[in-house]
Design a protein around this ligand. Sequence first.
Ligand code: CA
Length: 228
Amino acid sequence: MTQPLILIIEDEAPLRRFLVPTLTTQGYQVDVAGTGAEGIVLARSYNPDIILLDLGLPDKDGLEVLRELRNWSRKPILIISARNQEKDKVSALDLGADDYLTKPFGAAELLARIRVALRHATQTVLDSPLLQCGSLSLDLEKREVTMDGVPVRLTPLEHRLLEALARRAGKVVTHAQLLNEVWGPSGEGQTHYLRIYMGTLRRKLEPDATRPRYLLTEPGIGYRLNVE
Ligand code: CA
């Protein structure tokens, strides 16, 4: 099998000098575009397996590039952005980006996110309704949750919330996405629902609810079910 091809759309030279060798030594094929326009042309010409997209590009807003890519591509797109761009990250995720990395990030984090995104791209949840994270085990088909083999009783809403995270295990899910999937239109803007239900889920599922291992908060953005 050929190695996955990664397209990086990023204008900052120091970051490119970090990204390219980090990814090529892992066996990925890598190509780089320095502008949004060039990135769109390259993506169209060979449909890369995964795209790393910077939001701050010299010629176009990264969100605009994302919208154009999502018109035709379903391949994973990871956002690379600066720490002060929380609102843009949420917009990007709601527009269909798969995940984001906040600068500065390390090689281990980058490679883990790429593995998760590629795994999701090649496998649907229906292929494997079972999810194991540490001592936590979820069977999405039977709607069963166990901790160290002991069944955990969840309310229907708690179960739907956990399932919404598990369907994108390892990836961040935004507040708006979770509220919409679990509560529907009545949940719009009600982020306090999430704080309450994540609190009860953590008390039931986390060995130490004050230091979550599985149900991680992404401040200002959403939540992530940690599978590493
Ligand atoms: Ca930039």
